[in-house]
Structure formats: C-alpha cells, structure tokens
Design a protein around this ligand. Structure first.
Ligand code: EPZ
Length: 424
C-alpha cells in the first residue's frame, strides 16, 4: 500500500489547476443509463472512484471510454446502447456508495432493477431509505432480498410529489434521474441544492429532459418518453478548491486556484477570511494568501448547501489545530465524521470531542508523526496538518486519498511542498 511522506514547514506558492468535481462527475456518468445515445463528459477527474463507477456501469452494459490527457483535461465517452443487466452486484456496490445511484435510472428505463444495498461506511451507517421511499411514491414496488433492493415498475414509473424529510444529495439525484423518464410530472420538495445537483439538472435538460427550479429546494421534473445524448463539461471541484485554500491557510503563502468557482464556496470564504486568509476572485479562478501570523480561530457547523460542507470539515479542523485560540466545529450531516481527531492528536493537536462537536484549542506548532487515513476527506486533513507540521509525517492508507484527489502530491510539489509518494 502506498504511503505519503511530507516534510513539513514549506510555504505554498504558485498555481494549482482545480480538477472537475468527483461528486458531480459520478451522477453525470450514471445519467448515461437513461439513453441509448452517446454521453460525452469533459473535465472528468482521473480518480479511483471514477474508475470504480465505470466498472459498475460496464457490467450494466455501458461502454465507457476514458480518454486521459497529460496536458488538458480528461474526457469520458459513455454509451448504454442496450442495458445488458439490471443487477448491480454487491462486490462492486459495497466499494462505493455512489453506485447506488444506478437504481433510479435502471428502474426508469427497464422497469426493473436489482441493486445491492451499499451497507455502512466509515463515516456512518448512511441508510438509503429516502431513495426507496421516493421511488415507491413514483409507483415502484420494492422488496429486500438477500441484501439486494429488488425494484419493479411494470407499467413504468409515474410522476409524484415527494417531500424529503431532510436533505439528501444522493436521494435527490436518484429521483431526478428516475423522474426524467417517468410518466408525468414529479415535484421534489426540500431537495438538495448542491452545485452537483444543478449540474445534473442542467445535463438532464441538455439530454432533452425538463427539470425546473434548478438551484432551489423545489424541483419540478417533467418526464420524457426518451432522452438523447449530450456533450457536457464537469464543474470545478469546490471541495478540492476549499482543501487547497485551507492548506495555504495552514502553511502560509500565496496560491492561485485555476478554474476555481468562488461562487460555490459562499459559506466557506467568509470563514477562511475570518481565520486570516485573503481571498480574491481572479480572471482564472481565485487567489488565496496568508502572511505571517498564526490562523485566527473561527467556529463552523456543517450543513447542506449553501451551508458549510461536511466534506471540508476535517480539513478545516487541521487548519484550526494551529489557530491562535479555540474553535468549535460541529458536524450535523454524518454521525461518525471525526475519525481524523485521534490522528491529528498524534501530531500534537489539542481536540476534545463532545458528541457531534469538537473543541479545537490551537497549538503553536504540530509535530510530524506516522498517521493513518480513515476516509477520503480525513486523509487530506492529515496531509494539511503534515504540511504545516515540524518534521516528517507519513500518511498511511493513501488509497483513500486516491479516491478523490487527483495528482495531489504533484499539485502540492509544484507549489513548493516537500511531499512524496512512497511505493511499496
Ligand atoms: C454525498 O453523499 C456526497 N457523495 C458526500 O461526499 C457528501 O459528504 C454528502 O453528499 C453530503 O454533502 C457523493 O456525492 C458521491 P446524503 P450522499 O444522502 O448523497 C442520511 C465525499 O467525501 N441519509 O446527502 O450519500 C445520510 O446517512 C463524500 O466525497 C438517510 O438517512 O449524502 C447522511 O447522514 C462522503 N437516508 C445524510 O442523510 C437516505 O436515504 C446526508 O446524506 C439518504 C441519506
């Protein structure tokens, strides 16, 4: 298993190209199941999760061709001319929860689907009850058999009104795709408003669908008899952008984040400015700068978009670990998303957890240590801590990082960081 060695202390300076958003690209790829025509996605990040989803889609009959480029962005060409199987097997689904998104599109196109329940994951139990209730509201019959969700809708799915009891990104995406091929109109209330949802709505419209209310919490989707192909570029990753901004906050320095969309970080930028970062939109993205003093403390509570994203909570905690004061960090989305705390503590961080709140008392300097990555965002928080720390940090279980950060070491090295991948 690869590890990452970081010699801490270097300030970051230069420019970093922000990749396409993983969490936007995954549902867009799944949308290929809705048509027998070609879907071309540009600016797709080269990540383990993207490869994993391609494998699942190919079992279902999607021909997926990933065209990598050294100099430009990568392109994924997908075509589900015929659905070869309506079963998404356990072995593939358990590795990545996002693969559960195939349920709605398969059911809508084929009238049946058998998709393994994804099970729990490191950050919490993460049920899929809302996905299932929404599809039932649209006329699907759902049974659980041998760990599989077996869904059928013999005469096709029917438009329905469904109000989410709380916001779910994945369930909103699953139902949007299903509704696009259902008979009649579906109204989704209290829908997620993340930019990734807007991306999916925009793509469905390009494919000939009708999704109204994009960007609001009420989506009205008029089903089409068939959808066609499209050519679409994936938006820049707001989580990768926020992660590098926090890395600059932790080390000091000045970095331009090329392609970044500051408008997708409305709740994050003011918090980072409070910690002492200077952030400015540029023609090419945004510039992030911190000089001199230690970061100042700021409190956050994670919330669905447009609130502070749970996917940046661990990175922000690493930044606050060296703040000049005490910060309160509350996690409201996932039950078990503080697994980075004991690892940061191994580097000298002073963090006390009470239920879903962590009190971080900043220390002057973190110290390098061997640490273990536990999930994707937790692992990059350890990289941020390592960049700011005195001495060497070794991050084990780097495969978590590879799920969601493209060429992380290369991007950071180009800005002056001392970070290397150790191959075993
Ligand atoms: C998406 O997960 C993202 N994944 C996550 O990113 C992100 O943390 C999360 O949204 C919240 O922003 C992708 O987009 C692929 P949810 P998702 O459904 O869709 C509960 C990363 O690091 N819930 O909005 O699975 C659930 O347990 C990942 O890139 C139900 O109870 O998140 C959680 O507590 C991690 N029943 C809350 O809702 C359901 O049917 C929000 O989950 C569905 C969800």
């Amino acid at each position: 298993m690869d590890r990452i060695l970081i010699r801490g202390g270097a300030r970051l300076s230069g420019a970093i190209h922000i990749s396409g958003a993983k969490n936007a690209a995954l549902p867009l790829m799944v949308a290929s199941l809705l048509t027998d025509e070609t879907l071309t996605l540009r600016n797709v990040p080269d990540l383990a999760d993207i490869g994993q989803l391609s494998s699942i889609l190919s079992v279902l009959g999607v021909a997926a061709d990933f065209q990598r480029s050294e100099t430009a962005t990568h392109t994924m060409v997908l075509r589900a001319k015929e659905i070869a199987s309506t079963t998404a097997p356990y072995d593939l689904v358990r590795r990545m929860r996002a693969s559960f998104l195939v349920l709605g599109p398969l059911l809508a196109r084929m009238g049946e689907a058998r998709v393994s329940l994804p099970g729990g994951c490191a950050i919490g139990p993460r049920p899929v009850d809302l996905h299932l209730k929404g599809l039932e509201a649209m006329g699907a019959t759902i049974a659980l058999e041998d760990g599989y969700v077996v869904a059928s809708a013999k005469g096709g799915l029917k438009g329905a009104r469904f109000a989410f009891p709380f916001v779910s990104v994945g369930a909103t995406e699953n139902l949007m795709m299903a509704a696009s091929l259902a008979k009649g109109t579906t109204i989704l209330e209290n829908a997620a408003r993340e930019p990734e949802i807007a991306e999916l709505g925009t793509l469905l419209n390009l494919m000939g669908g009708r999704v109204e209310g994009i960007g609001t919490s009420t989506l009205t989707i008029t089903g089409a008899a068939r959808l066609g192909g499209a050519d679409f570029a994936v938006v820049a990753d707001r989580i990768e952008t926020g992660t590098f901004a926090m890395a600059v906050g932790a080390t000091g320095g000045e970095v331009e984040l090329l392609g970044a969309r500051p408008d997708h970080l409305g709740a994050v930028i003011p918090v980072l400015e409070k910690t002492g970062l200077t952030i400015a939109a540029t023609n090419q993205g945004m510039r992030v700068k911190r000089n001199g003093a230690r970061p100042k403390p700021a409190d956050i509570t994670t919330e669905p978009y447009p609130g502070f994203p749970t996917d940046l909570q661990a990175q922000f905690m690493a930044l606050m670990a060296t703040a000049d004061g005490t910060a309160q960090i509350s996690e409201t989305i996932f039950e078990n998303r503080f697994m980075h705390v004991p690892e940061l503590a191994r580097m000298g961080a002073n963090i006390e957890v009470n239920g879903q709140t962590a009190i971080v008392s900043g220390v002057e300097r973190l110290k390098g240590a061997p640490v273990m990555a536990t999930d994707l965002r937790a692992s990059v928080s350890l990289v941020i801590a390592g960049l700011a720390a005195e001495g060497d940090t070794i991050v084990n279980r780097v495969y978590h990082l590879d799920r969601g950060f493209e060429r992380l070491e290369k991007k950071l090295t180009a800005c002056g960081a001392d970070i290397t991948r150790l191959k075993d």
